[in-house]
Design a protein around this ligand. Structure first.
Ligand code: M6R
Length: 612
């Protein structure tokens, strides 16, 4: 988490850094800070709160500088406060540094430094690393670059750091391990950031820095070295991204914009891959590895949060259509529990950001054990995309709202195509069913458009239930993970406690919660579980719970039993989550905004969780 930005070149650094931080706020927004170097003076300004709050306090100040670094924080070590905000200054005041990540062995290093007389103004691990670098520089009488290299070899943990020195008006030192860093290459200038969004308006040529690399960045020069001091050749990538994709485009919030983009993003994901006339599905990452997938003894899906929910839906699809056993693992558990990985197992990693630390480390471990890794990732060139042996991008475009929406439906679209491809190759479904599913999938973008045409009913439902203390979300079969996802969305952006459950499981416990005050959202579209879920709705009604249903257009039974209904068009149950999830995204959005919550940046969260 945390967003970092840097600039060195002929322009004024502050506006570039500030604008970049605003674009990266989705990565954390507990506190903000900048360090600007002018005429031998290292000026650090930092403050608890969002970027706009710092900006306000700096109005009227002389912020002239051609080199600057900035940080927007998601707190790990030390509460969100002015003093824990980055950048930090070293004890001598000659170095300023910011950091995204965690230094795990900072305690013994801090104790050593304390013994040597160093003092600390913050509770952060970052200030410890900074003074460690300063101490090495002093003791070894070496360059800052050399001191940085020595320090990085001794620390344990994850980092992306930017470091500047008072008497060097041109150079930003940067390094990464486990936290992302992109460097934009301009004409006589360089831009540094956690992702490409702060860079895109200045240049489309970027270098993704690799783990264990140090970048020495000056206006006219970019030197990359490994920790062994060997020069590395920067690999320049052309960004395939437009500025408009990272702006709100007339919507009040990124989340709403992203919900409404789904007809297009799902279409983009299917375009050129799913050919409804011939029934062909062309996905090079899958095609090239079809044998491994068809012969897989087991597929293990590793993910977190919403991506994990997409994984659960994929489990239902792959087991039903392809007859391959699937396990869905929380990456944070998988990485620590010494899992059994057999020859012939395929690991599928699902991640929007491609930077989630738990998922990344889980994959590294699985890879070490010889597993074949297939990435289903949204952010092109991200760490998970790069460590995967093969994969398929979700092509949902830049997702900025912290609550994942269009990336989720992109994941479902990719996973559906993947399951269909494998099923076809294995001949585990009939040609007729395969063709039907291809056609149904192709029709999804239009059906999503239909749901989004008029959202006033969902808005009214949100208004009606916004003061509820708890919500229950229930579903069966393919709609069970949708219920989990609905509950997660609501928690994230409305701060209302919500639980997702398999509808039939509620009588084993959660039904005790039901009374006339509890809204129960049933994801109850027409599928093979329909009759069963009708009975579950009755059970809630009998206990006076308030039933809000996601139902299929034309259905009269479920709506007749419900207090409120949100309709979706009919489709095959295998791909129904692509539709049934949309009203739940909107419900959460409208509850969140009616409670005055900043839905794009809900408290305590960050878009990309790059710490464990
Ligand atoms: O970037 P990833 O898909 O790996 O992120 C995983 C989770 O952190 C993410 O889905 C999180 O749960 C979202 N905030 C959900 O809306």
């Amino acid at each position: 988490m945390c967003g970092i930005v840097g600039y060195t070149g002929p322009r004024e650094a502050y506006p570039i850094v500030l604008k970049g931080l605003k674009r990266l706020e989705y990565r954390g927004y507990d506190s903000t800070g900048v360090a600007l170097l002018d005429n031998g003076h290292l000026n650090v300004y930092k403050k608890k709160g969002k970027v706009a709050e710092l900006e306000e306090t700096l109005i009227g100040k002389d912020l002239h500088s051609h080199i600057g670094i900035g940080h927007t924080r998601w707190a790990t070590h030390g509460e969100p406060s002015d003093r824990n905000a980055h950048p930090h200054l070293s004890n001598s005041g000659e170095l300023a540094m910011l950091h995204n990540g965690i230094i795990e062995n900072y305690v013994p290093i801090k104790n050593d430094l304390l013994k040597k007389g160093y003092t600390f103004k913050s509770d952060t691990d970052t200030e410890v690393l900074l003074n460690f670098i300063e101490d090495i520089k002093k003791n070894n009488n070496c360059s800052l670059e050399e001191a940085l290299r020595i320090a990085l070899k001794r620390i344990v943990g994850a980092y992306c750091i930017l470091l500047v020195e008072q008497n060097d008006p041109e150079t930003i030192y940067a390094a990464r391990k486990g936290s992302p860093l992109v460097i934009g290459i301009g004409k006589g200038e360089h831009f540094l950031a956690s992702d490409a969004s702060p860079i895109i308006e200045y240049t489309k040529e970027v270098v993704y820095v690799n783990d264990y690399e140090i970048a020495i960045v000056r206006p006219d020069e970019l030197i990359l070295k490994n920790l062994g001091n060997e020069k590395q050749t920067p690999f320049i990538t052309k960004l395939d991204m437009e500025l408009a994709s990272i702006e709100k485009g007339g919507y009040d919030h990124f989340m709403l914009k992203e919900i409404h983009e789904q007809p297009d993003t799902i279409h983009d994901c299917l375009r050129g891959r799913l050919l409804p006339e011939t029934g062909q599905i062309i996905m090079s990452g899958i095609d090239d590895n079809l044998e491994a997938l068809v012969n897989a003894q087991r597929i293990v899906i590793v993910a977190c949060g919403t991506s994990w929910h997409a994984g659960l839906i994929a489990e239902y699809m792959i087991e039903e259509l392809c007859r391959i056993p699937v396990e869905v693992e929380y990456a944070s558990e998988f990485r620590y529990r010494n899992p059994i990985i057999n020859r012939g197992d395929v690991i599928v990693a699902i991640s929007q950001s491609g930077e989630t630390a738990d998922t990344l480390v889980a994959l590294e471990k699985a890879k070490e054990q010889g597993a074949f890794i297939l990435g289903v990732v949204n952010v092109v060139g991200s760490s998970i995309a790069r460590i995967s042996h093969a994969g398929a991008y979700t092509h949902a475009g830049h997702e900025i709202g912290v609550a994942s929406t269009k990336a989720f439906t992109g994941q479902l679209a990719v996973l559906s195509m993947m399951a269909l491809k494998i099923a076809y190759a294995k001949a585990t479904i009939t040609e007729e069913r395969y063709m039907q599913l291809v056609r149904d999938l192709h029709a999804i973008p239009e059906k999503v458009k239909e749901i989004l045409k008029d959202t006033s009913n969902i808005k009214a439902i949100a208004e009606k239930y916004k003061d509820a203390k708890d919500f229950l979300f229930l579903g069966r079969g393919y709609n069970f993970p949708v219920a989990l996802e609905g509950a997660l969305k609501l928690k994230e952006i409305s701060y209302i406690h919500a639980e997702g459950y398999p509808a039939a499981e509620m009588k084993h416990g959660p039904i005790a919660l039901v009374d006339e005050n509890l809204p129960v959202v049933f994801v109850a579209t027409k599928d093979s579980y329909y009759e069963k879920i009708v009975s579950n709705v009755q059970e809630i009604k009998a206990r006076k719970g308030k039933v809000i249903a996601v139902a299929t257009e034309g259905d009269e039974v479920i709506p007749g039993m419900s207090n409120d209904v949100m309709f979706v068009p009919d489709t095959d149950e295998v791909i129904a989550p692509l539709l049934s999830t949309i009203p739940l995204q909107l419900l959460s959005y409208y509850v969140g905004i009616s409670k005055g919550i900043d839905v794009d940046k809900p408290r305590n969260l960050a878009k990309s969780v790059t710490v464990e």
